[in-house]
Design a binder for this molecule. Structure first.
Ligand SMILES: Cc1cc2nc3c(=O)[nH]c(=O)nc-3n(C[C@H](O)[C@H](O)[C@H](O)COP(=O)(O)OP(=O)(O)OC[C@H]3O[C@@H](n4cnc5c(N)ncnc54)[C@H](O)[C@@H]3O)c2cc1C
Length: 471
């Protein structure tokens, strides 16, 4: 039997980087093993792909093969007493929460969209709005089975094949393909969270609030108006969410119904949210993004006054998923995200510098988000004891403007790397190979390269991102 590989254009979620590859979508482990064998025999290269939600080139492979795991999406077992799920890699966060919430469990770590696959979440060691409290996605993985490039499989836990356990989680698909993963979920006593909005007048206050609240809050995320300057630079609105204690929400258990988790797909019950992106597109094209940010900031005090309010887990974590195709507002050039992770001691100065340099270059991101983080034990971790600031830039179709944006981001990255900051490959599209050892340090890079050589001596597993970063 041979697999049918299709020639396709493969692109990052941000639509700004794309390449062509031969793609296959097997539905079971035998198909994945066959894909590995066919590429191995052909001497070609293979990239692994989950839901394709990485913004840049992490799950594409120009001129090579791409193994798309989205059809390997069965929940193999779920223990409703302890909240342990055994899943195939193409199961999404959406599949997982919909199954688990009926038993009063919720994934310990979720990103800003529920579309990501568990395999992709593990490979990038994703973080949520509770990173400062519970760490990264890898910290809730108990075990996994990895298909190695030579066709053998390895079961990995914190005790067994330990080096592969800590490297494959965070290893951006370089060591093997997750075939099956075992995850711990957390008990929740309500299908809703208690949410409060707090206005921050400037960057200093924004960071102070994150710092103060991290000792008691369950989730923290701060929207930041990157268009504000001078004394108001870094102003924004912080959202804090807390889990409900047992019995605190009389309607809590009713909200375990997945249907009640879903946010309405219309505005005011009439306008389909799918119609919103053209309006947002107009704001980007007409240069009104600064005004939109200012209006959002103005709405902050009224939201603060009605706080705390109750919100479903989905509405708090995945609000943007209910605005279909919102990222199309950056068409046709697409978007990139620049997300530096800066150690606490340098955060305010460096983040301020980044915003100022964007203003000087007249390339101001349309969206900014601050989060608090803590380090984790995974080899290629992006996390630090400090803060990240996600900055979303719309990309122009003009080659000159696009090159200027890449060059700006590379200059900004210097300010981050100079103070021991890191970057997150799920969001990256522009880092240079010289950044890789500066992010991770010589020891981690040499461990990474030695392990890669041991399990994949020919370098079969590759992506556009890995070629850009590893040379
Ligand atoms: C709107 C939006 C919001 C987001 N918010 C957050 C956030 O809050 N926090 C955060 O951390 N991230 C966030 N992300 C990024 C996202 O969580 C990561 O990019 C994640 O890795 C995407 O998973 P995926 O299944 O789409 O993987 P892909 O993007 O398809 O692949 C990601 C990596 O995983 C590898 N991979 C995929 N499947 C496997 C497998 N079975 N075995 C081994 N390797 C594999 C790929 O080779 C690639 O290197 C967001 C993305 C979007 C679009």
């Amino acid at each position: 039997m041979t697999l049918g590989w299709n020639d396709e254009e493969v692109r990052g979620w941000g639509m700004a980087v794309r390449s062509r590859a031969r793609v296959v979508r097997p539905a079971n482990a035998e198909g994945v093993a066959l894909a590995f064998e066919e590429v191995r025999k052909s001497g070609g290269s293979l990239a692994l792909r989950g839901s394709g939600c990485s913004y840049g080139d992490a799950a594409q492979n120009n001129g090579g093969h791409v193994l798309d795991l989205s059809r390997m999406n069965r929940i193999l077992s779920f223990d409703p007493i302890h909240g342990i799920a055994r899943v195939e890699p193409g199961v999404t966060i959406r599949d997982l929460w919909r199954h688990a919430i009926q038993f009063g469990f919720w994934p310990k770590v979720v990103p800003g969209t529920m579309q990501v696959s568990i395999g992709g979440a593990a490979a990038m060691n994703i973080h949520g709005k509770n990173n400062f409290a519970v760490g990264s996605f890898g910290e809730c993985i108990r075990a996994f089975t990895l298909l190695l490039p030579d066709g053998s499989t390895a079961r990995c836990t914190r005790e067994q094949n330990q080096d592969l356990f800590f490297a494959a989680i965070s290893g951006f698909g370089m060591f093997g393909c997750f075939l099956e993963l075992e995850l711990e979920m957390k008990r929740v006593h309500s299908g809703r969270l208690s949410v409060s909005a707090i206005v921050a007048k400037d960057l200093g206050q924004n960071l102070e609030l994150l710092e103060e609240m991290q000792t008691e809050a369950d989730y923290l995320v701060s929207w930041i108006d990157l268009h504000a300057r001078g004394a108001e630079l870094g102003r924004g609105v912080l959202h804090r969410a807390d889990q409900m204690q047992p019995g605190a929400d009389p309607e809590g258990v009713r909200y375990f119904d997945p249907i009640l988790q879903d946010v309405p797909t219309t505005l005011f019950g009439v306008v389909p949210k799918g119609w919103l992106w053209p309006g947002m597109w107009g704001a980007v094209k007409l240069g009104q993004v600064g005004l939109v940010n200012a209006l959002k900031f103005k709405a902050g005090p009224s939201e603060q006054r009605k706080s705390p309010y109750l919100q479903s887990h989905c509405a708090f974590h995945f609000l943007l998923d209910y605005v279909p195709r919102w990222h199309w507002m950056t068409k046709p050039g697409g978007l990139i995200q620049f997300q530096p992770f800066v150690p606490k001691a340098h955060a305010e100065r460096v983040l301020r510098t980044l915003v100022e340099r964007c203003h000087e270059a007249s390339m101001v991101p349309y969206l900014g988000v601050l989060k608090r983080h803590r380090p984790d034990p995974f080899l290629m971790t992006h996390s630090v004891d400090g803060y990240s600031m996600a900055m979303d830039f719309a990309v122009s179709t003009s080659p000159r403007k696009r090159a200027a944006l890449w060059s700006l981001c590379q200059r900004l990255s210097e300010a981050v790397l100079d103070v021991g900051g890191r970057f997150y490959y799920a969001k990256d599209a522009m880092l240079l190979a010289s950044s890789f050892p500066r992010i991770h340090g010589a020891e981690a890079v040499s461990t990474f390269r030695a392990l890669k050589h041991r399990v994949d001596p020919r370098g079969m597993l590759q992506t556009d991102l890995s070629r850009r970063l590893l040379g």
